[in-house]
Write a protein of this length. Structure first.
Length: 155
């Protein structure tokens, strides 16, 4: 299972690396539906006819998209009526492997903090450099284990 998770992360990261250069461009302030409809020279009633809805429904659809409250299903129907494809994607802010490694370090740091607390009660304090080295040694053991993302240690 761990090998499968790692391979899945690597494959997705490769796909995200291809997508990232296309991102970051702002959506038209009026939304894609209205922008594309107008660029095509299509009126609201004409789009409504293609969708089998009322012109008011098209206005509602365009307003909902602009306010980010449109349903994905509705956006796909509009895309089809405009001769477009809807591409829906969640793109991690950093690599999935990086996210997992960071979380494993947080989990190891949390684990070490509990140990350090008990040690401090007994008068034993681990120097910071040694504690950090121990965290780096422990972290890989948390990768691909159940519970990596549990107990609010992900923040």
């Amino acid at each position: 299972m761990a090998r499968n998770n790692r391979l899945a992360r690597q494959r997705l990261d490769e796909r995200f690396d291809e997508i990232r250069p296309l991102l970051g461009r702002p959506r038209p302030h009026m939304g894609w539906i209205r922008a594309i409809r107008q660029a095509l020279g299509m009126s609201g009633p004409e789009l409504a006819h293609r969708l089998g809805v009322t012109p008011q429904s098209v206005s509602d659809m365009e307003r909902n998209e602009a306010t980010e409250s449109i349903k994905l299903e509705t956006l796909e129907r509009a895309a089809n009526a405009l001769g477009c494809d809807l591409e829906y994607v969640l793109v991690p802010r950093k690599s999935l492997d990086g996210m997992v490694e960071d979380q494993a370090r947080r989990k190891a740091r949390h684990h070490m903090a509990r140990i350090a607390h008990h040690g401090s009660l007994e008068g034993q304090v681990l120097p910071r450099e040694m504690a950090e080295a121990e965290i780096e040694e422990l972290a890989p053991g948390f990768i691909d284990k159940r519970g990596l993302w549990s107990k609010d240690v992900w923040r």
